[in-house]
Design a protein around this ligand. Structure first.
Ligand SMILES: Cc1ncc(COP(=O)(O)O)c(C=O)c1O
Length: 443
């Protein structure tokens, strides 16, 4: 018997109830036994509700999300405009997935919107973030073969970069990052590593085979590394001079995180890339949506059959992205990031003055890195302590704490998180006992 609406409702209610009733220990048990162990859980308290910058847990805690799901939730969790759009979309009976061989209005509207917003002529939709650099690299290689006659194209990329974890970009992890690299070879040829924020290193690395330069405008996962002003513009000029494609990965820095819609805009149109990778907040944290943007002359290297994805650009993910882009505009997110970012930076600098463990605070817009002196507990210890206190502020590369809160967090909410950061970095007795524990572990 086909399922009617009433049965569907009651079955769905049962399903939702299962989530609500699942004992936290049981949830942990399932997560540990049934999920691949490629992530280490920070705590044993499942998150069961999320709103704005707040996470509510099964064991009754409320936690400030100070990394905004790695910048996928720039709009906070559960933005009401996106929620309403999804409800209406489902009620209207629009298709959720079709396969890209069938036209639909939602990809049409999404692509129109994102190209207008960015000033690029064409958009290639995908799903998870890493699919965007992956597609950009394919596109650059094909362009190099066809337009420049390069038989074996090379791509220049930067030390400490992070473009995701597919096989192509896995080799880009630092040589000493054994967990991320070891055992995944052999890697694809044609990739050349240079130091970040060093224009002359790129210039020296260019050969007749160079096709493109792939960079993050600010390195997020690499430690919130902010290049000197003019870096992108100079690399862009170099690319133009040597007929290379400039590829900026804005997956983390995009959609207002740094105070502009895209980070390269801080350097003006002279820093505009040939290919831009987008992801994360493009869908407001509701769905995995990513993609690349380019002008037609480059994008048209992809013809039917050359690249694709079943779900990339599906009607449902396109609708969600349309709603997220509308929300980003409605909230004036870049302006919010600039204004709140200046306040947070000032407060973090005040905290740093009182906290000898902090070596440096750096940031742009609402993207902050708190670098620690390497003579005491490392970032992971502080991540755990901050979570105990009530905020997620996450370490990267051991010695940098990443603070990238939802941009919509209010001044009071940000003050709450900043108060906890201050407490974690200035509490004397706790720090001493953490140091003693570290000493013990080292011995
Ligand atoms: C700059 C950058 N590129 C690509 C990715 C990969 O995105 P995803 O984890 O969604 O595949 C990330 C993720 O953090 C990122 O920061």
């Amino acid at each position: 018997m086909p399922m009617n609406r009433e049965t569907a409702k009651s079955e769905a209610a049962k399903l939702l109830d299962q989530g609500k009733r699942l004992d936290p220990d049981q949830a942990l048990n399932f997560l540990n036994s049934c999920v691949a162990h490629n992530y280490k859980l920070l705590c044993d308290d499942p998150v069961v509700k999320a709103e704005g910058p707040w996470l509510h847990t099964a064991r009754g805690r409320t936690i400030f999300d100070g990394v905004a799901a790695y910048s996928a939730a720039n709009l906070g969790h559960g933005h009401p405009l996106i929620k309403e759009a999804i409800k209406g979309f489902l009620e209207s009976g629009y298709p959720t997935v079709l396969g890209r061989f069938m036209p639909d209005p939602w990809l049409a509207l999404f692509a129109r919107k994102i190209t207008q917003l960015t000033g690029f002529e064409a958009f290639l939709p995908a799903n998870g973030g890493v699919e965007a650099p992956e597609a950009a690299l394919k596109l650059a290689r094909r362009w190099a073969h066809r337009e420049r006659g390069i038989a074996s194209p090379e791509i220049i990329y930067a030390d400490r970069c992070f473009h995701g974890r597919t096989l192509t970009v896995t080799q880009m992890f630092d040589e000493d990052d054994k967990t991320a690299r070891e055992g995944f070879g052999p890697f694809a040829h044609g990739f050349v590593r240079v130091p970040y924020d060093d224009v002359s290193a790129i210039e020296k690395a260019i050969t007749p085979n160079t096709a493109a330069v792939l960079l993050e405008p600010i390195q997020g996962e690499g430690g919130i590394n902010i290049p000197k002003p003019g870096y992108l513009k100079k690399v862009r000029a170099l690319c133009r001079e040597h007929k290379l494609l400039a590829i900026w990965d804005e997956i983390q820095t995009g959609f207002a995180r740094t105070g502009k819609m895209f980070c390269w805009e801080h350097e003006g149109d002279a820093a505009r890339p040939d290919i831009m990778c987008v992801g994360k907040s493009i869908a407001g944290g509701f769905a995995p949506v990513s993609g690349i943007l380019a002008q037609r002359a480059v994008m048209d290297q992809f013809e039917p059959g050359s690249h694709g994805s079943t779900f990339g650009g599906s009607p449902l993910s396109s609708l969600i992205a349309c709603a997220a882009l509308a929300a980003i505009e409605f909230e004036k997110l870049p302006e919010q990031a600039t204004e709140k970012g200046a306040y947070v930076m000032q407060r973090l600098r005040e905290i740093a003055r009182k906290a000898p463990r902090i070596k440096e605070v750096r940031g742009l817009g609402m993207m902050f890195g708190i670098e620690l002196n390497q003579n005491g507990p490392d970032g992971h210890e502080y991540t755990r302590r901050l979570l105990e206190l009530g905020a997620i502020v996450k370490d990267t590369h051991h010695w940098v704490m990443r603070f990238t809160p939802p941009i919509v967090a209010t001044r009071e909410e940000l003050d709450f998180a900043l108060g906890l950061i201050e407490q974690a970095f200035t509490e004397k007795s706790r720090l001493n006992s953490m140091s003693r524990e570290m000493e013990r572990l080292r011995d």
